[in-house]
Design a protein around this ligand. Structure first.
Ligand SMILES: Cc1cc2nc3c(=O)[nH]c(=O)nc-3n(C[C@H](O)[C@H](O)[C@H](O)COP(=O)(O)O)c2cc1C
Length: 411
């Protein structure tokens, strides 16, 4: 769907992630904006995720002209034009009717990978059709092992290249913004909820009209096919009797039953990284779910160096949480990540202009990476290592102070 002139002008005015976030705040009902923006409890981890990046500074190499910085890399033999993937995010049709399919298309056009969520609002088959054989699938454990196996078998049949098992969502966390706004995953579109949310929806008539035209999708599309005694499973049935996340036993099953790469998302310690390695997994995503699960979990950029030291070279390390600028991507790569995932920034982009909004966010990040690399005198993302960084409080002149080992300056 082509953008109108007004929409193109609006996109051009969005210079960075904060502009996109501001736009999303104006466009979405409060409950929906907060569902995306918020974190668990006191949001300590949510804040530290971004602050952690701000505490890192570059050690640039001046006097070097880099005409075209090399951003491309490969993940498990799959080429990506730059090391930024779109993270698995549930409920995307609440944001825009393009939902997961729009995100997958934008990612494929940008030459990168979308990780489709188990909690997607288009089915995993519909998302796969948008760009066959390119994307990865994120795994939850709906309806115990049987539900999880159903998803793996279907992801395999649909041509997903890798499985990303999210291990940090054993139960739903206490996201107090959602509680205050009366928002919950087990909500139904009905008169009672319409009344409850009415005051938040009334000031957002454009969003509301679009959502109604889209058929008010609020179900998890993948579970429509998961049945108990022949009856499609309802949302509230999920995740409260058993872990909503795969356990290590489940990860072992996935490893044995999926031929492609298996990654574990939600790793924050060397112990868990080694455990994933011992089970034969191919990669980990250092992640705290964007500060949405265990509050006071460490910021991912703070623990990335120790995970990289433990398993780097033996498996691919990805990281997410708080990546907002191209320079953040470079910092994560310098500390041992092969690529990063972004969550909220692309969801704000989706609010901004559907698929084109996501493309705009990805383009902006890529351009920021390029410019920062030129200003740093860095010609390729492959060259990034600890020597390019220093931590606030460390002397800029000493590369040996840059390792940010666990015993280093913590904040
Ligand atoms: C609205 C939203 C929904 C999410 N849903 C999922 C999900 O279904 N599965 C999952 O593994 N992570 C989910 N996440 C976490 C993201 O995959 C990712 O870890 C996180 O957003 C990264 O942090 P950032 O938002 O600061 O970039 C979700 C995040 C957001 C913002």
């Amino acid at each position: 769907m082509a953008l109108s002139r007004f929409e193109r002008t609006r996109l051009a005015r969005v210079l960075n992630y904060e502009d996109a976030r501001r736009f999303a705040k104006r466009a979405l009902p409060r409950a929906v904006f907060d569902y995306v923006d918020g974190g668990a409890e006191d949001e300590i981890t949510l804040r530290r995720n971004t602050d952690g990046f701000r505490d890192l500074r570059f050690r640039p190499r001046m006097g070097v002209w880099v005409a075209e910085p090399e951003l491309s890399t490969s993940l498990f033999g799959q080429a990506v034009s730059f090391p930024v993937l779109t993270a698995p995010c549930g409920g995307l049709r609440l944001i825009h009717p393009h939902g997961d399919v729009g995100v997958a298309n934008a990612s494929a056009s940008a030459g990168t990978i979308h990780i489709a969520s188990s909690a997607s609002s288009f089915s995993l088959e519909q998302i796969a059709e948008s760009s066959p054989g390119r994307h990865w699938f994120q795994l939850y454990r709906y309806l115990g092992r049987a539900g999880m196996e159903n998803l793996v078998i279907r992801a395999k049949a649909a041509g997903y290249k890798a499985i990303v098992a999210t291990i940090d969502t054993q139960v739903g966390s206490k996201r107090e913004r959602n509680w205050r706004n009366g928002f919950s995953y087990s909500m139904r579109v009905n008169a009672a909820n319409a009344l409850k949310l009415g005051p938040q929806l009334a000031p957002r008539p454009f969003w509301l009209a679009r959502y109604v035209r889209d058929g008010m999708p609020f179900q998890l599309a993948n579970t429509a096919a998961i049945t108990r005694d022949g009856v499609p499973m309802a949302l509230p049935e999920m995740g409260y009797r058993e872990s909503n996340s795969p356990t290590w036993e489940d990860v072992a099953w996935v490893r044995q039953n999926f031929d492609g790469p298996v990654l574990v998302k939600g790793v924050l310690t060397t112990e868990d990284a080694r455990r994933a390695l011992d089970l034969g997994c191919d990669g980990v995503v250092v992640s705290n779910h964007g500060g949405r699960q265990l509050d006071a979990a460490p910021a991912t950029i703070d623990v990335l160096p120790e995970v990289a030291a433990a398993v780097g070279g033996k498996m691919e390390i990805l990281v997410d949480g708080g990546v907002r600028r191209g320079s953040d991507v470079l910092k994560a790569l310098a500390l041992g990540a092969k690529a990063v995932l972004i969550g909220r920034p692309y969801v704000w982009g989706l609010a901004l202009g559907g698929q084109d909004g996501v493309a705009h966010v990805l383009d902006t990040l890529r351009a920021e990476m390029q410019r920062s690399m030129q200003l740093m005198g860095c010609s390729s993302v492959q060259d990034l290592d600890h020597s390019w960084l220093t931590h606030v409080g460390s002397p800029l002149s000493s590369a040996s102070e840059n390792t940010r080992a666990p015993s280093g300056p913590a904040s």
